[in-house]
Design a protein around this ligand. Structure first.
Ligand SMILES: O=C(CO)COP(=O)(O)O
Ligand SMILES: O=C[C@H](O)COP(=O)(O)O
Ligand SMILES: [Zn+2]
Ligand SMILES: [Zn+2]
Length: 309
């Protein structure tokens, strides 16, 4: 089974009012855990690679692992570049076998974001690759760049329409109150659903993307802390809000932090309970299983995409 783009996946998701999970991958155990879950659930799947992941594992290792996942699972998988910051990294991933790229020009002035995104779209489409753009700024941590909550600006609906029209992007990441990482809200969580509905009305049938969409499930934070971690005040996006977003045009939901928490909680627990263990397989096997269980939970209860292959 070759890689697929997200075009058909999004079309079906839009019509069916569910979302596709886009899970960040950094190594073999993470890839295997996610793919095994998607296979068991017969769910559509996007695996995404950040610039940081490419730096950590190297492009070639990730590509070969994903080739193995395709062959081993027989699943259609979309391989996506997460937060490509310039034309060069997008080109490198397009030339290097990805089926989808994100050009993240959200830090740029509107016209510059349009020009950069358009350039990537032209190159990508000429090579059969789809493109996600971003308009509006998320608060939180993105690679090494910190955007303070004060500077975070939500997506302007009218600008979103102009952006999509002028760039030709295939999907658009929007800012409605989510943020990257484990500390998303100081008080009560809230998303700007009114803004989302306006964008959806102005851009009917157009797939939207929600970044920073981990839920930061308390039991995983607790397990990290119970076994020596120091993660205080962590809070994510409630599951019912994500389900609601997927009924309002959000077709792709990005999840990284919840995988990190699941894996770290499992490893912490294992090492505390088994102090004599020093074979990495002893703690990576349950860690891989923890990733798989987390992804199965997302597919069933957050994305509503079980059995949608
Ligand atoms: O948006 C993300 C990757 O692009 C991940 O978001 P989380 O930090 O909420 O998992
Ligand atoms: O949006 C950010 C993703 O969680 C990837 O994080 P990273 O850049 O640390 O790999
Ligand atoms: Zn961004
Ligand atoms: Zn993101």
């Amino acid at each position: 089974m070759p890689l697929v783009t997200s075009t058909e996946l999004f079309k079906k998701a839009y019509e069916g009012q569910y979302a596709i999970g886009a899970f960040n991958v950094n190594n073999m155990e993470i890839i295997q855990g996610i793919v095994d879950a998607a296979k068991e659930e017969q769910a559509p799947l996007i695996l995404q690679v950040s610039a940081g992941a490419r730096k950590y594992a190297k492009h070639i290792y990730l590509i070969k692992l994903i080739e193995a996942a395709l062959e081993d699972s027989g699943l259609p998988i979309c391989l996506h570049l997460d937060h490509g910051e310039d034309f060069e990294i997008c080109k490198s991933c397009i030339d290097g076998g990805f089926s989808s790229v994100m050009i993240d020009g959200s830090r740029l002035p509107f016209e510059e974001n349009i020009a950069l995104t358009k350039k990537v779209v032209e190159y990508a489409h000429a090579h059969g690759v789809v493109v996600e753009g971003e308009l509006g700024k998320l608060a939180g941590v993105e690679d090494a760049v910190k955007v303070s909550a004060k500077d975070a600006t939500y997506t302007d609906p009218e600008q979103a329409v102009e952006f999509v029209k002028r760039t030709g992007v295939d999907s658009l990441a929007i800012a409605i109150g989510t943020s990257h990482g484990a500390y998303k809200f100081k008080g009560e969580p809230s998303l700007d659903f009114e803004r989302l509905e306006t964008i959806t009305k102005l851009l009917p049938n157009f797939p939207l993307v929600l970044h920073g969409a981990s839920t930061v499930l308390p039991e995983f934070v607790k397990k990290c802390n119970d076994f020596g971690g120091q993660i205080g005040g962590a809070q994510g996006v409630p599951e019912e809000m994500l389900l609601q977003a997927s009924k309002l045009g959000v077709c792709k939901i990005n999840i990284d932090t919840d995988l990190r928490l699941a894996m770290t909680a499992s490893i912490r627990e294992h090492l505390v309970n088994n102090p004599a263990d020093f074979d990495p397989r002893q703690y990576l096997k349950p860690a891989r299983e923890a990733i798989k269980n987390m992804v199965k939970h997302k597919i069933r209860h957050v994305l509503n995409c079980s059995g949608r292959l």
